[in-house]
Ligand binder design. Structure first.
Ligand code: FES
Ligand SMILES: [Fe+2]
Length: 422
């Protein structure tokens, strides 16, 4: 497995995974990072490329190379004015499409401007995220259209966390229902926790045109199973249900479903986009409720180093682990459900050595994802399209969970719940 997963780790141009990921739209930054036209430009690093994002006068978001094509000055200090970004070294100016629209250091008669370009990637905004496409122009898929991006603003929310590790172990954690029983057991001995009644879930993976969904089944009691359907969307998004299980972490229970997108900054850093969406019209996600949830995940307002997406709890301070609480209260002694994930994922080292792993039956979904990504890198190398480019394949997919009578089929029990509402 070593050599194979090795080819999923590197994300720069010309690498197998890097070329694969460049075939999809992916998050570049939050819309709120560029809140207003002609506001301050923002540094973006994505798939190992340094870029600058800016919202120009008409509201469109530009995403251009971080260095000026004249003499490589940093565009970050540029003036965002009158529908373009102007380099402050010699005043060359570029629009969101990368055209040079002003080149004041040449005589007015010069045609030089017509030949100068800055690398620029197209963007669209959906679900509070600025998405970009960095692949070949003639292969650009239709804009992203996940069900949660169609939920009204009152019914969804998105946040962002920095992780100092490769994207793959993050994605693996997101497709790993088994760890919830252990890592996220925040109240030892709690009889109401659906996850701790059975610590060895059975996992069935079903391939789809967009990736797969997997069904995890835990014994709940004599008559019912606790069944959860998770979604994996190519290339690095997961979706999990919080319908029946809503409120376990927070004692509140607006039915909703959540997801993460693990976007590689480069080979050793990842931005995780954490989104949540109300299950249906009655599931409004009020701002104070969202903040309570975020706090429960360890991503509350005060959990971040101010002005960054980095958590104050980090490897340097052992995520503020409380060994006394670990004996009496929670499995980890670490506060925050996602901080627990981050502690484990960063703690593996930026890139773990997977040749030393021993995978079991609870790792089925992880293996299936790795194999699917590997097959997709091969497809791209052979000039074919990878799966999951067409929004029609994924636009109505959502996760679900619930208590299902042992003799019933989950497909019947979840039929309405899994139908898209937005
Ligand atoms: S380096 Fe940007 S205008 Fe000269
Ligand atoms: Fe987790």
């Amino acid at each position: 497995m070593l050599n194979d997963t090795e080819s999923l780790i590197r994300v720069g141009t010309g690498t197998p995974a890097g070329e694969l990921f460049r075939r999809y739209w992916q998050p570049a930054l939050l819309s709120t990072e560029v809140p207003e036209p002609d506001g301050a430009p923002v540094r973006v690093r994505l798939l190992g490329e340094d870029l600058i994002a800016f919202r120009e006068t008409s509201g469109r978001v530009g995403l251009v190379e971080a260095y000026c094509p004249h003499r490589r000055a940093p565009m970050f200090y540029g003036r965002n004015e009158e529908c373009g970004l102007r380099c402050v070294y010699h005043g060359w100016k570029f629009d969101v499409d990368g055209n040079c629209v002003d080149l004041p250091t040449e005589p007015a008669s010069s045609k030089m401007k017509d030949h100068i370009k800055i690398t620029a990637y197209p963007t669209v905004e959906r679900g509070g995220i600025v998405w970009t496409y960095m692949g070949p122009k003639d292969k650009m898929p239709a804009a992203p259209d996940y069900e949660w991006t169609r939920a009204p603003e009152t019914h969804r929310s998105v946040s962002k966390t920095h992780q100092a590790n490769n994207y793959l172990q993050g994605l693996e954690g997101g497709l790993d229902t088994a760890h919830v029983t252990y890592l996220h057991n925040n109240k030892i001995g709690d009889k109401n926790n659906l996850f701790t009644r059975d610590g060895a879930p059975r996992i069935d993976v079903h391939e789809t045109d967009y990736g797969y969904y997997y069904v995890s089944t835990r014994n709940n009691d004599e008559t019912h199973n606790f069944v959860r359907v998770y979604q994996y969307m190519m290339p690095f998004q997961s979706m999990r249900p919080n319908i029946t299980s809503a409120g376990l972490a927070t004692n509140s229970s607006v039915p909703r479903y959540d997801g993460h997108i693990w976007v590689p900054i480069d080979d050793t850093q990842t931005y995780v986009y954490n989104w949540m969406a109300g299950y249906e019209k009655n599931s409004r996600l009020e701002p104070d409720y969202v903040e309570r949830l975020e706090f429960g995940y360890g991503r509350g307002h005060d959990d971040f180093v101010s002005g960054t997406f980095k958590l104050k709890a980090n490897l340097e301070n052992d995520y503020f682990i409380d060994r006394q609480k670990q004996k009496t209260e929670s499995f980890t002694g670490i506060r925050g459900v996602n901080t627990q994930d981050v502690a484990l994922q960063e703690g593996m080292g930026a890139i773990p050595d997977r040749s030393l792993e021993n995978l079991g039956s609870s790792d089925r979904a992880i293996l299936a994802m790795r194999n699917m990504l590997l097959a997709a890198t091969k497809a791209v190398e052979n000039g074919q399209d990878p799966r999951g480019l067409d929004p029609a394949s994924y636009r109505n997919a959502r996760p679900h969970d619930g208590l299902v009578p042992k003799e019933a089929a989950w497909q019947d029990a979840f039929k309405d719940g899994m139908a898209a509402k937005w």
